[in-house]
Ligand binder design. Structure first.
Ligand code: TYD
Ligand code: MG
Length: 456
């Protein structure tokens, strides 16, 4: 019997080493080496017309034709925007997310609406029947989507050369394995090998590939970090089980910005795009009742602005140590804002429990939400509501000064569009904007105290 060789692979950078070490010799990370069985390298088959022996010659950049193939528009405009305007031919995209978040649904729903090209959907997780059931639920039967349940890379390559698809989906990269390697599917060497073989195919054939990837408990994509380096774009599909909203963000994108955010809602019949996030985030205010502890902030995600509800609850601490509980906002930042409130506005919150929540399950790290957080905390503390037609934007500095925020005009327009009648903005933002062009009442604020005096 042929002896099975083993080698050690780094989980982080994918480096191979013949022996174990506590620290990866290549990237220096600790505790990342895992043992895997290997078989002597076979010459791998290649797909497509070109072969490895062909030597490419360098070309001056000015002579490279820039009339690229147009991007492949995906049916979902949210996905298109996050991708930077559609799929680039020959690119390889990785979509990561927790189990059950809706990755397969997102991809399936999109490909079922593409009529212009043949699509091969390779599933290593579900049977063709299960996928068909899901497709029926989403409700769009399609002639040009081929489904195959396969986990062997060699067989997948075979299917690709038979079908000659215009788009390939692999669900998921952790379930497929190459026969050339001894290690199990999902291991560092397998993920690296499969991804690089698929990359080679994508680049040679100009066929885009979408990979679905699992993420680990701590939120990183499972498998080696090299996987993220290999692919052209990494998208994260996130959201929490309690909320029906799902967010799609680009973590890496070679062909577009990484600041874009796509918002979906999980419904009975698949995912629905949320075109106007503000409406979803302000839904509780439709009855027009003002409640204390609620303020409306204007935040930006990528190039989109939207209004978001900040909810705070301040109550007398039942135990000696007051609790600070935060959802959707940085807890350190909230502690800083509470300290500013105490020092600059004279409110004693040291003996109070403070709970803060950003409505809709969204995680926001736009500092322009600072002032809205402060106002909601104070509103709850003194039990005086802020009118629901007032919104607030501004970053708060340590001395209680309100700092200017980016894209102020866009924020004001969004507030106006959603029927707000008053907006508090930093005084520093007044320069350069024409306030007479807005119908909304604009109140300029330079200090935290001024904001509080205006509102309460
Ligand atoms: P799925 O796409 O299988 O998640 P992933 O591929 O990320 O593991 O999504 C599964 C979840 O989505 C499941 O909990 C049920 C829910 N879902 C709906 O609510 N409505 C639908 O129409 C579909 C297809 C799924
Ligand atoms: Mg799935």
């Amino acid at each position: 019997m042929k002896a099975v060789k083993t080698a050690w692979f780094c989980n982080s950078c994918g480096a191979e080493s013949p022996k174990w070490s506590g620290r990866c010799p290549a990237c220096g990370e600790w505790n990342t080496m895992v043992e895997e069985k290997i078989r002597p390298e076979k010459k791998s088959r290649t797909l497509g017309p070109s072969s490895c022996s062909r030597i490419s010659s360098p070309v001056p950049v000015s002579e490279i034709a820039s009339d690229e193939e147009p991007r492949i528009k995906m049916p979902s405009s949210e996905l298109n925007r996050v991708l930077g305007g559609g799929l680039v031919p020959g690119s390889i995209i990785l979509i990561g997310g927790e189990p059950g978040i809706g990755k397969s649904t997102l991809v399936l729903q999109n490909i079922l609406s593409i009529k212009s090209r043949t699509i091969l959907y390779v599933s290593g997780e579900e049977s063709a029947k299960q996928i068909k059931m899901r497709a029926d639920r989403i409700g769009r039967p399609s002639e040009n989507v081929f489904i195959v349940c396969e986990t062997s890379l060699q067989n997948i390559e075979e299917h690709i050369s038979n079908i000659q698809p215009g788009l390939v989906i692999i669900d998921s990269i952790q379930t497929i394995a190459s026969d050339d390697l001894e290690s199990v599917a999902g291991s560092v060497s397998q993920v690296r090998e499969c991804a690089s073989r698929l990359l080679k195919y994508a680049k040679e054939s100009s066929v885009p590939i979408m990979l679905i990837g699992h993420i680990t408990k701590d939120g990183n994509l499972a498998g080696p970090k090299v996987l993220e380096h290999i692919v052209d774009a990494v998208l994260h599909f996130e959201g929490d089980g309690q909320h029906i909203y799902r967010l799609l963000r680009a973590i890496k994108n070679r062909f577009g910005s990484t600041s874009e955010l796509g918002i979906y809602e999980m419904c009975q019949r698949g995912l629905r795009e949320v075109k106007n996030p503000s409406e979803m985030l302000l839904s509780t205010h439709t009855d027009g009742e003002d409640l204390s502890g609620i303020s409306i902030g204007v935040t930006m995600e990528g190039i989109r602005s939207f209004l978001i509800e900040v909810q705070a609850l301040v109550s007398t601490a039942a135990y000696g140590t007051p609790q600070r509980s935060v959802n959707g906002f940085d807890s350190k930042r909230m502690n800083m804002l509470l300290a500013v409130l105490e020092k600059r506005a004279g409110f004693k919150l040291a003996a109070k429990d403070v709970f803060l929540n950003i409505a809709g399950g969204l995680k926001v790290n736009d500092p322009a939400l600072d002032l809205a957080v402060i106002c909601s905390v104070l509103s709850s503390n003194i039990d005086i509501p802020i009118p629901h037609t007032t919104c607030i934007t501004g970053e708060v500095g340590l001395s209680g000064e309100i700092r200017p925020v980016g894209r102020i005009e866009q924020r004001i327009r969004e507030a106006e569009k959603l029927g707000m009648d008053t907006i508090l903005i930093p005084r520093g933002n007044l320069k350069g904007i024409d306030t007479s062009s807005f119908s909304i009442r604009i109140i300029e604020i330079a200090k935290v105290e001024e904001a509080l005096r205006t509102l309460f």
